[in-house]
Design a protein around this ligand. Structure first.
Ligand SMILES: [Zn+2]
Length: 458
């Protein structure tokens, strides 16, 4: 009888371990980005997926324990707030809720905002599965569909009621924010007003094809919360896309600083997404280079088509990239609010080569260091600042008592070398432990379309 009970107890403990939630982390060092120091870790105790105590623990409950080495550094889980799950090829867009999210998680990105879904129902379903532990993945903050011409079904003649109804529907479905892409001023006002009524933040890719005249100079006074890709406002003529106009920008134009100040005065957050901007160039900048063979995660078919389809290569991008780096530095120096966003989905039509979601988040961090942002500030951008920009700073973004236990462990001190974030080996989300190498091994050969036939099949 006694033996049977022991077996049952072992099973209970074992399932507790698999679905984690309770955990003790001993050893290593805790990185404190706020005060720009790291301190030796005595113990972090996690109970029911939350940080229960830091520095003291009795371990009377026999929780599973990880013991770290001297060269291990403990950070909050990373955010990526422009983290599409989509794959793009030959005019078709599909959401990948299998491999892309695993690549984020393996890289220590424990929270993503999907920033405009082409198949919002699929993303919403996946988010539910992750939250119920039916699927493995990062914490999903979903956006619902694009609002604006980023959505193929959008029209400038849509009524206020129609737009409100769509927002109401997605707010009821529990989206975490809204994304506008290429939208008229009138429609932008509708989306911001209705989004805010539901407590949802709104971000935007503006200065685009149908409405190049609508940029930060219009969106910020209307109350937008975050912006992607472009700082420029009135310095951009508003005749064509932000990509082209930033490439042609005269950086001595005082309207650029005026645009930066408009962000600052209104506490608007900026996702620079220089990963996607620099990734489309032939730049030899250190931060863009490979440190692992990312190609091996792609399907053989995706590997074969990405190489043979550089048809949308645009030399303008080099200038756009160089100007964007300088503007970002200026924005930072003046006190602009930055969050983390890479915008690096699998785009197989561009000369994008093999830069891969998840790895790109580390690229974006290294880019910030290369342009002169201090490492502790970069860590804040990728963690607490991003959490704050989504209104989640009470729950996520730092290692503090009472917060959700989203923690990553890397080798080396990122305050000394930001490139050390690339060595993430252990990822904890909600107190559950994931081994990066195991997840990455599962992803080999899986990212992207499997074959021509399967991709074009409806
Ligand atoms: Zn995007």
């Amino acid at each position: 009888m006694m033996k049977k009970l022991n077996i049952i107890l072992i099973c209970v403990i074992h399932s507790c371990y698999v679905y984690a939630q309770n955990l003790i982390i001993r050893g290593g060092n805790i990185v404190k980005a706020d005060s720009n120091i790291s301190i030796p870790n005595k113990a972090i105790e996690i109970r029911n997926g939350k940080i229960y105590s830091i520095g003291v623990t009795s371990n009377e409950k026999n929780f599973p324990t990880i013991t770290l080495h001297k060269d291990d550094y403990i950070l909050p889980g990373l955010f990526d707030l422009h983290a599409h799950l989509k794959l793009i090829y030959e005019g078709q867009y599909k959401e990948d809720t299998i491999t892309t999210p695993l690549l984020y998680l393996a890289n220590g990105v424990t929270t993503i905002f999907t920033c405009g879904d082409v198949d919002p129902e699929a993303v919403a379903k996946y988010k539910t599965n992750v939250s119920l532990n039916r699927s493995v993945g990062p914490r999903i903050l979903n956006s619902g569909p694009y609002f604006g011409h980023g959505n193929k079904e959008w029209s400038d003649s849509m009524s206020k009621e129609e737009i409100y109804q769509t927002i109401d529907y997605w707010a009821d479905r529990g989206v975490n924010g809204l994304k506008v892409k290429d939208i008229s001023e009138t429609h932008l006002q509708y989306v911001i007003d209705r989004g805010h009524k539901h407590g949802l933040t709104v971000t935007g890719h503006l200065h685009h094809k149908a409405h190049p005249e609508v940029g930060s100079q219009i969106a910020i006074p209307l109350g937008i919360d975050r912006l992607e890709h472009f700082i420029g406002g009135d310095a951009l003529p508003g005749n064509t896309t932000g990509y082209t106009e930033i490439a042609a920008l005269d950086l001595s134009d005082p309207l650029i600083d005026q645009s930066i100040d408009l962000f600052i005065d209104n506490n608007v957050w900026f996702n620079s997404t220089l990963t996607v901007i620099g990734g489309f160039t032939q730049s030899q900048d250190e931060w863009l280079k490979y440190w692992v063979d990312e190609k091996k995660y792609w399907t053989p078919y995706a590997q074969s088509i990405v190489n043979t389809n550089p048809k949308r290569w645009n030399p303008n991008r080099e200038k756009f990239y160089e100007n964007s780096k300088k503007i970002l530095k200026r924005y930072y120096d003046r006190g602009g609010l930055i969050s983390m966003g890479t915008d690096g989905p699998l785009i197989l039509d561009f000369l994008w080569v093999f830069k891969t979601p998840g790895f790109n988040t580390h690229r974006e961090m290294a880019m910030m260091s290369e342009i002169g942002i201090p490492n502790n500030e970069i860590i804040k951008i990728a963690t607490i600042n991003s959490a704050t920009s989504m209104g989640l700073e009470e729950k996520l973004g730092s290692i503090e008592k009472g917060k959700l236990a989203d923690i990553i462990i890397i080798k080396g001190n990122p305050l000394e070398d930001i490139y050390s974030t690339r060595s993430v080996h252990t990822v904890i989300k909600n107190g559950e432990i994931y081994d990066s190498r195991t997840i990455l091994a599962q992803c080999e050969g899986k990212l992207g379309p499997e074959s021509e036939e399967k991709w074009f099949k409806k």
